[in-house]
Ligand binder design. Structure first.
Ligand code: GUN
Length: 292
């Protein structure tokens, strides 16, 4: 069994990005600048945004964290987005999700200028992705593609089963795995909460990508021998033995499933760190496009 070590690969990618930033500095150019907007004080979102800001520092990017209160109105957030769209110093920005209930997420994501949409959530960018046009690919699916590529995992002609149809992971992943090229050229099945006999489907999968947020969902009897398993789940489970009072658990019963797989991602240390590395990569791309 080969462990797909997202922590290591993401560090390699960050080193590569840091070298690019150094070259920009040597040429006297402006370095990439990422902004993140966090509305409210959800603990997990605070952690994610904090990691994104730290990652910027590590590679030499500029970063700005915009914090807004939990009672922010949709109009106030839209105003802030227009400010960021118009601010030439900022190359790309993200709106950390989820947003409080008084705010319409779709409306907000549509307001982000597509050229600064480093999360790849704007419908224009999502459409370009589906049409094989050059664009920002959402960071988590992009990270999974990069991991498969760097470990040379064959995807051509394989049956890939994606579990979960979220706009952030499952849906784009299902499109990307079926695209022409590598990684891609897979035959894809997208499963979700209304799928019947899911075990029958996962048992036929060469590659399983699970993005449900349900600890221990994928059990050994749902996986065929030598399958590749990518675990996108990140759930906080109460654990009094930990300093923070919780531990992070994926969707996969790792102990039993890993015995059957050819490749598997751990949680933590698999897909999570890749997501951050690819957000940096998209920001570098935004800077390069911004320059021309
Ligand atoms: N919330 C969960 N995942 C993500 C992500 O990739 N980007 C943003 N902006 N919010 C998220």
């Amino acid at each position: 069994m080969i462990l797909l070590d997202g922590k290591k690969v993401s560090n390699d990618i960050k080193d590569e990005i840091a070298q690019e930033v150094q070259k920009m500095k040597d040429r006297g150019e402006k370095v990439p600048h990422l902004a993140a907007v966090l509305v409210g004080d959800d603990g997990a979102s605070l952690t994610y945004v904090g990691s994104k800001v730290r990652a910027c520092e590590r590679v030499g990017f500029e970063s700005t964290l915009v914090r807004m209160s939990n009672t922010t109105s949709e109009l106030e957030l839209l105003k802030k987005i227009h400010e960021l769209n118009d601010n030439d110093d900022i190359d790309g920005f993200i709106i950390q999700l989820p947003l409080p209930p008084q705010i319409n997420t779709q409306k907000v994501l549509m307001a982000v200028h597509p050229d600064k949409d480093v999360d790849g959530f704007h419908p224009e960018n999502f459409g370009k992705m589906a049409l094989d046009m050059s664009t920002f690919i959402p960071a988590t699916p992009f990270g999974i593609l990069e991991l498969l590529e760097r470990y040379d995992v064959e995807t051509k002609g394989k049956h890939t089963v994606v579990i979960g149809r979220s706009h952030i992971v499952g849906r784009p992943m299902s499109i990307l795995m079926g695209r022409r090229g590598f990684p891609g050229n897979s035959t894809v099945t997208l499963t979700h909460s209304h799928t019947k006999n899911i075990t029958q489907i996962t048992c036929q999968a060469d590659i399983i990508i699970t993005a449900l947020g349900q600890p221990n969902f994928l059990k050994a009897e749902m996986v065929k021998d030598d399958a590749v398993v990518i675990d996108v789940g990140i759930t906080r489970v109460p654990d009094e033995t930990r300093k923070r009072g919780y531990r992070i658990t994926g969707d996969v019963d790792f102990e039993n499933v890993s015995k059957k797989t050819s490749h598997i991602t751990p949680v933590p240390g698999g897909v999570g760190p890749m997501t951050i590395a690819m957000l940096l990569k998209n920001t570098l791309l935004a800077r390069e496009r911004h320059r021309v």
